[in-house]
Write a protein that binds this ligand. Structure first.
Ligand code: GCV
Length: 717
């Protein structure tokens, strides 16, 4: 019995020890086991002098102490003032001595309000490292960056770093409902425990804020864009206030989604017409009420007249009327309105991919200064691959904000390992040509192309109350990577993968190198086994889990996969060229020409823009049918290879995370075959061709795949 108890205790200890690892995200602060580095760190970091006394500064100090203790096994001495050399001096510009300030003046002039400096300087001939910025939150960013240097085992001798975020609003969008379900959420229920708020502050709120601050995320929209007006009632605003209080010291502002019909639903008005004086007044009062409770409230995110949500068009008004009315309400308090351009209508027979541009582009220059239009990365909806949205670069007088989806609605939920920064980077690097060559999407988003002051980027969060936050341990990398790209949209996804692997798992090169390759490859793998060569929107209905290219019975034509792939005996693909829907014309002439011409259209986007015959010759000489089939098989093979790579990583990491990922990769591999077989069997009905030899025989019949049902798939309401 005693032995049994002991075994149980051991199990419990080891379980919770490694479970904590999952929970700790990229802030593991693993022991540095390179002795040369340890002595370098210890020699250069004698103690810390902390300037200032805000809660933010105390958080920064605690973070440094925790980091040091865990990574170096030493307690970092807190010194009351600068004595001796090799100290870390941490504090905002406002708290620096004039001597230090004058040493750093050139750097201070370079950074913006949230930027930081990490620099080795000489003070009275003694070497010191300074971490500073214009305010305490900037210092906290500097501290997390400094700790990243240690976590990734880089040198700290002669540091000279100045870095500022290139985008102002770096925001997570939670599609969290008030009943704690999460639309398109695959990591459990919502973090926000509305029933226990405001009295009970879950430690998770603090840990969430800390994780976000560590990558520079500075805003969170707490509620679903398919909004519930109740969040704007006093009862809920008290709860929102409690969260805002937790997040504030971490530099994170709270935003809410505004249901356009709220004046009717909770305000007892007869209308929500944006031109109605009572409605205008209602929103003004509501804004004043919110700002009284939460003085740094960020503003509203609005989904209007989209997928059944109410909006100004219900009253014969337009998006500009709606957005500007709300903008006026929050303007006196410095708030912003993030107005989504994700619109398409069942009453519009036009190609869905053209509708958002057609509706929004003519509004260029008509929005108030504190409105930013939030545009999804592609013109349809967060598919594994989409060409960049034609609105980017096409509204020079309007700030546009990028919306990426971190949660994997269309990319295998939290079961598939897909490193999304690779996708994000591809979009950000795309050249819109709207102001000549080099007019990248990143430059639109960071405001440098058109000198916009208001800039923003949003990521639909993949976070829930799962122990490991994101369902899949590697989905943590997508949260991390979003934050890093939000800070700097010009960053390379390889750098991000490298940092994340080192901070989350291990610095051993034998681990990092193959795993980094695996992560980078994983995005193309998912495209290959789901939607190769420009296919899109061929997933199953409602939950969007698994393939459903045969679906053609949904009430709205543009909800059906058959609308998108248009497979028939003549071929496959959506003709968006000049001879088709002419969606290409929404791009700058250089890009339009590139996409329009079959010769120059990148093959990765081929079936997005063209309907081509099954015998069409791809650049490598394969017929389209063979090439398509081989891509599907290639995706399956890539995931098999990912499994091999992962197996070799066992000795470098803890068994819990190892096993989790191993199991998930097995599921993913099975599902790659499901996608391949279901899609190829379906398309084969039209191509009438045999599968190439290298493609494995289908595991089941098409009828079997069509019969699969998933009534309780997560994330679907
Ligand atoms: C929040 C897609 C998703 C919806 C989502 C919508 C949007 O249609 O399937 O769940 O709604 O996009 O972005 O508004």
């Amino acid at each position: 019995m005693a032995l049994l108890k002991l075994v149980f205790l051991f199990f419990l200890i080891s379980f919770s020890a490694s479970a904590q690892k999952d929970y700790k995200l990229w802030l593991q602060y693993n022991v540095v086991n390179n002795s040369a580095l340890v002595s370098e760190y210890k020699n250069n970091l004698g103690g810390i002098i902390v300037l200032g006394n805000s809660e933010t500064i105390r958080i920064a100090q605690k973070e440094l102490q925790t980091g040091f203790e865990n990574m170096l096994g030493t307690i970092l001495e807190i010194k009351p003032n600068i004595k001796g050399e090799n100290n870390l001096i941490v504090g905002s510009q406002l708290d620096l001595s004039s001597e230090i300030k004058s040493e750093l003046q050139v750097d201070l002039d370079k950074i913006n309000n949230e930027g930081f400096i990490i620099k080795t300087i000489s003070l009275k001939n003694k070497k010191q490292i300074i971490i500073t910025g214009k305010n305490d939150v900037a210092v906290l960013y500097g501290v997390f960056n400094f700790l990243r240097i240690l976590q990734t085992n880089k040198a700290v001798k002669n540091l000279n770093i100045t870095d500022s975020p290139k985008i102002n609003l770096r925001i997570l969008n939670h599609w969290d409902n008030l009943d704690r379900t999460v639309e398109r959420g695959y990591a459990g229920f919502s973090l926000w425990n509305w029933q226990k708020l405001p009295g009970f502050i879950d430690q998770r709120y603090i840990d969430y804020a800390r994780a976000n601050a560590s990558v520079g995320i500075n805003g969170t929209v707490l509620t679903n864009v398919n909004a519930n007006a109740l969040i704007l009632t006093p009862q809920y605003l008290d709860k929102v206030e409690a969260l805002a209080n937790v997040f504030r010291p971490y530099g994170i502002k709270v935003y809410l989604t505004a249901r356009f019909s709220a004046p009717i639903e909770i305000g007892n008005l007869k209308t929500a017409d944006p031109k109605d004086p009572e409605v205008i007044n209602w929103w003004k009062n509501k804004a004043a009420e919110i700002y009284k409770q939460i003085p740094d409230f960020g503003g509203f995110l609005v989904k209007a007249n989209s997928e059944g949500q109410p909006g100004p068009q219900n009253y014969g008004k337009d998006h500009v009327d709606g957005a500007n009315m709300l903008a006026d309400a929050v303007a006196p308090f410095g708030g912003v309105i993030m107005w989504r351009a994700f619109v398409y209508s069942e009453h519009d027979a036009n190609d869905r991919a053209k509708q958002a541009y057609a509706e929004f582009q003519p509004y260029d220059g008509k929005f108030k200064k504190n409105v930013i239009v939030q545009v999804k990365n592609g013109a349809i909806d967060f598919q594994p691959r989409e060409p960049f949205h034609p609105l980017f670069g096409a509204m020079p007088k309007t700030p546009l904000m990028m919306e990426f989806q971190i949660t994997q609605e269309y990319l295998g939920f939290s079961t598939h390992l897909v490193f999304l920064p690779k996708l994000f980077q591809e979009v950000l690097e795309s050249d819109t040509y709207q102001k000549g060559k080099g007019s990248t999407v990143a430059k639109v988003v960071d405001g440098t192309l058109y000198q916009n002051k208001l800039t923003g980027i949003a990521g639909v969060a993949n976070i829930g109350n799962d122990l490991n936050w994101t369902g899949h341990p590697f989905a943590q990398a997508n949260w991390y990577g979003f934050g890093r790209l939000a800070w700097n949209p010009h960053l390379d996804s390889e750098t991000i993968a490298d940092e994340w692997l080192r901070s989350t798992f291990s610095n051993d090169e034998n681990f990092v190198k193959p795993l980094k390759n695996m992560m980078i490859e994983s995005r193309e793998a998912v495209v290959n086994y789901m939607t190769p060569l420009g296919l899109h929107h061929i997933m199953d209905t409602g939950h969007h889990y698994g393939p459903g290219p045969w679906v053609s019975n949904l009430s709205r034509p543009e909800w059906n996969p058959t609308y998108y792939h248009k497979a028939d005996k003549n071929g496959i693909g959506f003709d968006r060229s000049k001879s088709g829907t002419n969606a290409v014309s929404q791009y700058a002439p250089e890009v339009a020409k590139l996409f329009d011409n079959l010769e120059t259209c990148p093959e990765k986007d081929l079936l997005w823009f063209h309907h081509v015959s099954w015998d069409y010759k791809l650049k490598n000489g394969q017929t389209l049918w063979n090439g398509l089939a081989l891509k599907y098989q290639g995706g399956v093979n890539q995931v098999k290879e990912m499994q091999n790579v992962w197996k070799k990583s066992e000795k470098y990491i803890d068994s819990e995370r190892f096993n989790e990922v191993k199991m998930l990769l097995e599921i993913q591999h099975e599902e790659t075959k499901w996608w391949r077989d279901a899609c190829l069997l379906y398309f084969q009905q039209f191509s009438g061709k045999e599968l190439p030899e290298a493609v494995e025989k289908p595991t089941q019949t098409l009828e079997y795949f069509k019969s699969l049902k998933f009534p309780f798939a997560p994330g679907n309401g």
